[in-house]
Ligand binder design. Structure first.
Ligand code: UD1
Length: 418
């Protein structure tokens, strides 16, 4: 199993090119199921979760061709089965995103329940309730969601809780439904907007994405089209924290600063100089040690839960004491015990981690448990004395494209052990 070995102590300095957003590429790939004409999706990141999605679509009969520069041509003209098996869904919860498109276009879908996962129960009850409101018959049996509907009909759905993939699934189901669907308390994440833009590119009529009320006018059919995925705001934030934690300077290019306002605000509070342009962000710590910053996660435009672990690492070596509160997921603190093994002083009190910054962390063998937790451990490794070995990095490969090459370019001393 691959590992990453990181020799701590190098101050990062340089430029990194940001990849396309995983969390936009996955729903957009799933949305390709909605049309019989080919679609071309550009700026797709080369990630395990993308490969898993292509495999999942492939098992349904969808043809995907990779063109130069990670442009993916997806052709769902001949879908042979509307089925997402457990062996794939369990490796990637986002597989649930095929449920809405399959039901919308073909009138039936069998999708395995994702089951428990490392970061809490993460149910999909709101996806199911929304589809039922649109007239679908849904039964849960043998670990599968089995859904049927001759044609979905538009509905007024108030989501009980803000859910990103829930909003996306219902939006995709609604584009081919009969009549108008209104989604209230919808997620406002930039990736939700990106999906809506893609859907409109192929003929859907979606408005309001980016606000908490999304309106979808159902159409009879969709056509083909081309679309480029937006840049990954979480990857951007992670590399900026890498700069901040090492006292260095990092310029992230090919990104959108407006999508990470909450993160940039916290980095400024930590003492970083931040400059932005239309498609770049530059962070300069000028050799300073970061100051502790309190974090409280929330749906967009709040501080993203997907950046929580990285800020735990930052606070672990910061000057002062920070309270980091996780409000989106229960049990998203697996990185805490690993950081403690590296000398971090962290006390967990319910949903809050109280972190007393220490001057130095020390290298230790640590284990990645989920995607963002692993990113937090890599960041801690960058500043720990000695060589930190992070095991089970397949979690990182799910969501970060070439993380070791990109960190090396910035001067990080990191290598992959295979
Ligand atoms: C998405 C992102 C993930 C990010 C998360 C929160 C993708 C592929 N993944 O995950 O990276 O961490 O948003 O920003 O885009 N909930 C329910 N019932 C449901 C659905 C959700 O109770 O039917 C709860 C969840 O348990 C969680 C909260 O709602 O506590 C938010 O989860 P949700 O936004 O759905 O996360 P994902 O869409 O799975």
């Amino acid at each position: 199993m691959d590992k990453l070995a990181i020799a701590g102590g190098a101050r990062l300095d340089g430029t990194v090119r940001i990849s396309g957003a995983k969390n936009a590429a996955l729903p957009i790939l799933a949305a390709a199921l909605l049309t019989e004409e080919p679609v071309v999706i550009g700026n797709v990141p080369h990630l395990r979760d993308v490969t898993t999605t292509i495999e999942l679509l492939g098992r349904m009969g969808v043809e995907a061709t990779v063109h130069e520069g990670m442009r993916l041509e997806v052709d769902a003209a001949r879908v042979t089965e509307c089925y997402a098996p457990y062996d794939l869904v369990r490796t990637m919860r986002a597989s649930i995103l095929v449920l809405g498109p399959l039901l919308g276009r073909f009138g039936h879908a069998d999708v395995s329940l994702p089951g428990g996962c490392a970061i809490g129960a993460r149910p999909v009850d709101l996806h199911v309730a929304g589809l039922r409101a649109m007239g679908a018959q849904v039964v849960i049996e043998d670990g599968y969601i089995r859904a049927q509907a001759r044609r979905l009909r538009g509905a007024h759905i108030v989501l009980e809780q803000v859910t990103v993939t829930g909003t996306e699934n219902l939006m995709m189901a609604a584009v081919l439904a009969d009549g108008q669907t209104i989604l209230e308390n919808a997620a406002r994440e930039p990736e939700v907007i990106d999906l809506a833009k893609f859907l409109n590119t192929i003929g859907a009529r979606v408005s309001g994405a980016g606000t908490n009320t999304i309106v979808i006018e159902g159409v009879e059919r969709l056509h083909g089209g081309e679309y480029n995925v937006l840049p990954d705001r979480i990857e951007t934030g992670t590399f900026l924290v890498a700069g901040a934690i090492t006292g260095g300077r990092v310029r992230a290019e090919g990104t959108r600063p407006e999508d990470i306002e909450a993160v940039l605000g916290k980095l400024r509070e930590a003492g970083a100089g931040i400059k932005t342009g239309p498609d770049w962000v530059e962070l300069d710590m000028q050799g300073r040690r970061p100051r502790a910053v309190d974090i409280s996660t929330a749906p967009y435009p709040g501080f993203p839960t997907d950046m929580q672990a990285q800020f735990c690492a930052l606070n672990a070596v910061a000057e002062g004491v920070a309270a980091v509160t996780e409000n989106v997921f229960e049990n998203r603190y697996m990185h805490v015990s690993e950081l403690q093994r590296m000398g971090a002083v962290i006390k967990l009190q319910g949903h809050t981690a109280i972190i007393h910054g220490v001057e130095r962390l020390t290298a230790a063998p640590v284990m990645a448990t989920d995607l963002r937790a692993s990113a937090g451990l890599v960041l801690a490794g960058l500043v720990a004395d000695g060589e930190t070995v992070v095991d089970r990095i397949y979690h990182i490969d799910r969501g970060y494209e070439c993380i070791e090459e990109k960190l090396q370019q910035l001067g990080g001393r990191i290598r992959r052990l295979v």
